[in-house]
Design a protein around this ligand. Structure first.
Ligand code: NA7
Length: 544
């Protein structure tokens, strides 16, 4: 275990050594601050450390899903695919840790149990599960948005005789499915990415699907050396465009790297049924990318869903399986878009069975497999691809106490409350990186992480410069921000009544139904944060 710094020397405790925690450490150290990272895993990488399931891949072009803070780093790292797979991203994280000598200030295998603000000393007391205490002026929660795996409670689940895995907590040594019968629950992004790879290896795969998803072919390919050279030359422009964009993605990986980039410019409502049919036959799922009104208008969305279902029935040979795979009753785009490699084709394999739980749900897990209202299914290995307690899960697992011993859990009882997704009223000097109320999971996470860390670093520098000891959001500013976050999310596909996404907390029984991320856009949000700082930290209270 690394040496614990004496109580009063730390400026910042950072919780988590994913991309946010790593950049936070680098930035704070650069400012001359004493910073320490506490990380539950045994190495850096966060999401990419835990999600090692077969087929795990990023859905953002690799040249864009990378740090921008160091020009040499940009130039020396060579991505090999348009969209990088998990091992390559983890290797990149490790390279960054080596290059900036980050590990010396990261304490691994250290899970934080509690964090309390001491009003007398104006310091955070952060206590680990092993009972170690770290005291610092600031506490930065870089705990990730999808870092607490959700395993549903199912009767009999402890009785299963075989091995059990969760995609979000995959063993480092990997899993060999050769010759085994596998059951997988869940068809979100993790299920959709892993199902084709597991199916290739396993003797048989049974997929238990509660809700069919909309997923698009990734059109991934190796990066051409010429493209990479151009991208590196173009980095200043790419970064500037990302920062001003809606979701922090320019789509630069497409168009140049091999895959086609289609700007949605047409209106689906102006097309005829015959045209739509022709396009589906020519372009498959990707035909839908042409239309700009699909994201904005319910009728347009339904037309796109019809095109989508038409393509599913073209790809899937068995009509009953095709019908089961067709999403209905909720709009395309209300959940996080999924991209896949050979997902639908996998259901044409002899060794894959789809169980449509809409025809009869899971009743219990048995020692041999799973029992549903439709019958019994036997397998040797069970995989949960059942998602995460998103955005608030990791913060909820730490006992966080602000002024007057108020628990964050209680304060957020009816849903998360933040100012700019950065701070919570009553919790001075605590920062939440890509917290609820910021673009966060609706954006390229690395772009949003860098923006938050840069803002927090500047804020700490400003406080120190003017001799202020604490900064905290006022409840008035918090109320106004929440009202704004809700207002911009209204009347979008994200908040449709029929939508049950993890953005809304709808995947976790009992979690308040609140749309958590900020839909206003990365560029707009960045300007708002900059204006707040410039306006003497408007909406925050600074105390000497
Ligand atoms: P998701 O997208 O939350 O998907 C979880 C899946 O698990 C989804 O199909 C769920 O069905 C299913 N699920 C959850 N609980 C159950 C129970 N009790 N019974 C049957 N099926 C269940 O998580 P992912 O890990 O795939 O992806 C999360 C994000 O990671 C993704 O958006 C990317 O950003 C990366 P449901 O739809 O709730 O009916």
């Amino acid at each position: 275990m690394a040496e614990t710094l004496p109580d009063d020397t730390l400026d910042v405790v950072i919780v988590g050594a994913g991309f946010a925690g790593m950049y936070a450490l680098h930035s704070f150290r650069d400012m001359g601050l004493q910073a320490k990272v506490l990380e539950a895993g045994s190495d850096v990488g966060g999401t990419w450390y835990w999600n090692r399931y077969p087929g795990a891949r990023c859905d953002v072009p690799s040249v864009e899903y990378s740090y921008s803070f160091d020009k040499d780093l940009e130039q020396e790292w060579n991505w090999t695919e348009i969209m990088a797979a998990q091992p390559e991203i983890l290797e990149y994280a490790s390279h960054v840790a080596d290059r900036f000598d980050l590990r010396k200030d990261i304490q691994f295998q250290t899970r934080v149990a509690s964090a309390a603000f001491d009003e007398r000393s104006n310091r955070w007391q952060v206590v680990t599960e092993a009972g170690e205490t770290f005291s610092a002026r600031f506490c930065v929660m870089a705990t990730g948005c999808l870092s607490v795996p959700n395993t549903p409670t199912i009767t009999g689940q402890e009785s299963f005789a075989g091995a059990v895995y969760h995609t979000g907590n995959w063993p480092e040594s990997g899993v060999d499915f050769s010759g085994l019968k596998v059951g997988i629950i869940g068809t979100g992004s993790s299920g959709i990415q892993s199902i084709p790879v597991i199916a290739e290896q396993a003797a048989h795969l049974t997929v238990f699907q509660r809700t069919p998803n909309y997923t698009m072919p990734a059109a991934n390919a190796p990066l051409k050396p010429e493209f990479l050279r151009q991208a590196k030359e173009n980095y200043p422009n790419i970064r500037a465009e990302q920062r001003a964009s809606q979701v922090g993605i320019v789509g630069y990986g497409f168009g140049f790297g091999g895959a086609e980039n289609v700007e949605p410019t047409e209106e689906i409502r102006n097309t005829t049924a015959a045209e739509r049919q022709r396009l589906v036959e020519e372009e498959g799922f990707l035909a839908i990318r042409r239309y700009a009104d699909v994201a904005l208008d319910e009728k347009a969305n339904e037309l796109a869903c019809d095109m989508y279902r038409a393509q599913v029935s073209r790809v899937i040979k068995d009509p009953e399986t095709a019908e089961a795979l067709m999403p209905r009753d909720y709009p395309m785009g209300c959940k996080r878009p999924v991209i896949d490699t050979d997902y639908y084709e996998t259901f044409n394999r002899e060794n894959v069975t789809l169980v449509d739980l809409r025809k009869g749900g899971i009743e219990r897990i048995t020692p041999q497999g799973l029992s549903t209202a439709q019958g019994e299914y036997a397998f040797d290995v069970l995989v949960y691809a059942t998602g995460f307690d998103a955005m608030t899960g990791a913060l909820g697992k730490i006992d966080i106490r602000g002024r007057e011993d108020v628990a964050l859990k209680d304060y957020w009882d009816a849903g998360p409350r933040t100012y700019l997704g950065l701070q919570v009223a009553g919790f001075p000097n605590l920062f939440t990186v890509t917290g609820p109320g910021s673009p966060s999971v609706l954006s390229n996470m690395i772009v949003s992480i860098e923006q938050h860390i840069d803002w927090i670093a500047q804020c700490i520098a400003d406080l120190d410069q003017r001799g202020a000891k604490t900064i905290e959001a006022t409840s008035g500013a918090e109320d106004a921000w929440i009202a704004h976050v809700n207002e911009v999310a209204e009347n979008t596909m994200f908040t449709a009544q029929s939508c049950n996404s993890w953005y809304l907390g709808a995947n976790i029984p009992g979690k308040p139904r609140i749309f958590m991320p900020y839909v206003g856009g990365v560029g707009v949000y960045r300007e708002k944060c900059a204006a707040v700082a410039k306006n003497d930290y408007e909406g925050f209270l600074l105390r000497a």
